[in-house]
Write a protein that binds this ligand. Sequence first.
Ligand code: TXA
Ligand code: MG
Length: 344
Amino acid sequence: MNTLILNENQLDDPMIQLAIKDAILHDELVVFPTETVYGIGANALSPIAVKKIFEVKGRPMDNPLIVHLSTPQATFRYIKNPPAYSQELMDAFWPGPLTLVFESNGIFPKEVTGGLSTIAIRVPSHPIAKKVIASCGVPICAPSANISGRPSSTRFSHVKEDFEGRVSMLINGGSTHIGIESTVLDLTTKTPVILRPGKITQEMIEAVLSMPINNHSESVIEGAPKSPGMKYKHYAPQGNLTLIEGEMNQVIKFFKERLQQSNNRKVAVLCPDEYTDGLLGEHVFNMGSLKHPEMIAERLFKLLRMMDERGYNEIYMPTIQGEGLAKAIMNRLIKAANHQVIKL
Ligand code: TXA
Ligand code: MG
């Protein structure tokens, strides 16, 4: 397939906007940046288009998709029985990196909802995402633009690698500045529940709602999880990633030993700035300072993909403590490491 590559400055051209709309209305796939990660978009009202997303990503069919809208008000066309506080959350966090799960009114095909009676909706804030959705005039479902199981795409080079020649259009928006996916908040239970942590933290949501909410994003749920995406292996580099938990000096000592005793294995250490003293070397990668978790989030998936590019077989990272965004980062790390943690 011939993939058309577009840049941000071309999106103001009405002919280009028409071409994007035409592609989407003909059930084709368009990859575009959002403020969190790149998304792979299709017309959410077309089962044929939605199925293509699952095919090119290699995504399990029971993992539902997030529908992206250009305005908060449009949400009410697709949901029923929204709780009274929905509007407060929309006013506080939309457009932005929060996904809200509502009861669906049944308009979206089962390919979007994974057969659930609920629907996940988000209004992104990225100017390119907004233009794409507004030009198409239909709701756009868009999972993260990565082959299923791989780290999400936060750079244009990532989406080129995964999807060039496999989708109709790729829109280059450079780096996505948040770097991890949106917070998913379920509003269909008596008390709202965070199903996936992100930049919008539990504390931020509680402050708006003036009530405590639940957080299920850390629990590993057996059987049918509330958010089907939680049960799949995610974000994993090809090499074996292990998290090391312990006091900083001990962890640094552990890293040094592993780097020295690497023999024929290619060993890499990914760690925050605070750990790199005395650990310098070509196989040590700086994730940014613990004082700035937003910087760690921004480069996390880039670093995980870099491990594959450089062919590392063994990768070590320290666990990250802290509240808010640090928790969201840790949630991605635990999944990327397939829950392998060594406690020193
Ligand atoms: O930041 C993001 O949310 C990115 C950008 C592209 O918008 N999208 C994204 O989509 O991360 P995806 O498909 O990679 O992750 C969607 C998550 C999955 O864990 C899925 O199981 C969950 O949202 N989800 C979708 N619909 C749901 C529903 N009705 N109930 C519960 N969880 C749902
Ligand atoms: Mg994803």
